[in-house]
Design a binder for this molecule. Structure first.
Ligand code: ZN
Length: 164
């Protein structure tokens, strides 16, 4: 387990549900955090950048595992698949909005809140941008409101993690 024990751990998920999946940590294109390599005659493989810290690895591995769950996209649906994977990643990593609310209340900035929640800023913003009306009710903070009303667009697409 890496990070606080109460948080969801994609490494455990990988061991439980994708036990034979190769996950390699390598020196890759600096524009990428990681990618899933779909291979013709062998099972897919996930590659994570060796420049990621523990939080970056947690987020990127989760993202790539959702690519695997969704299956290999055809080229016509790649953008839509990417959006869905980002959303699923944010929801999976931040299932507890009470925790999100408390982190926002304790933090001096949204970056600080993301770190407390053991996610990247992009993931927290993605989660807050896509609250359901019921969820929005649960997260009353100026930061959450600002982002759920669409002022977070600059950083929304900052997660540099793409398919190979
Ligand atoms: Zn992706």
């Amino acid at each position: 387990m890496r990070g606080p024990a109460s948080l969801r751990d994609p490494w455990k998920y990988q061991r439980d549900y994708w036990p034979t999946l190769p996950v390699d940590i390598a020196d890759i294109d600096p524009d990428l955090n990681g990618y899933t390599q779909w291979r013709r005659d062998r099972p897919p493989r996930v590659v994570l950048s060796d420049s990621l810290d523990d939080i970056g690895q947690r987020v990127t591995l989760t993202h790539e595992l959702f690519h695997l769950e969704c299956g290999q996209p055809d080229r016509w649906h790649r953008d839509r698949g990417e959006k869905l994977v980002r959303l699923l990643t944010a929801r999976w990593l931040l299932p507890d909005l009470d925790l999100v609310k408390r982190a926002l209340a304790m933090s001096v900035s949204i970056e600080d809140a993301a770190e407390r929640l053991w996610v990247t800023l992009d993931v927290l913003v993605e989660r807050l941008r896509h609250l359901t009306p019921n969820e929005a009710h649960l997260v009353h903070s100026p930061q959450a409101r600002a982002f759920s009303h669409g002022h977070g667009g600059v950083v929304l697409y900052g997660l540099k993690s793409h398919q190979a």
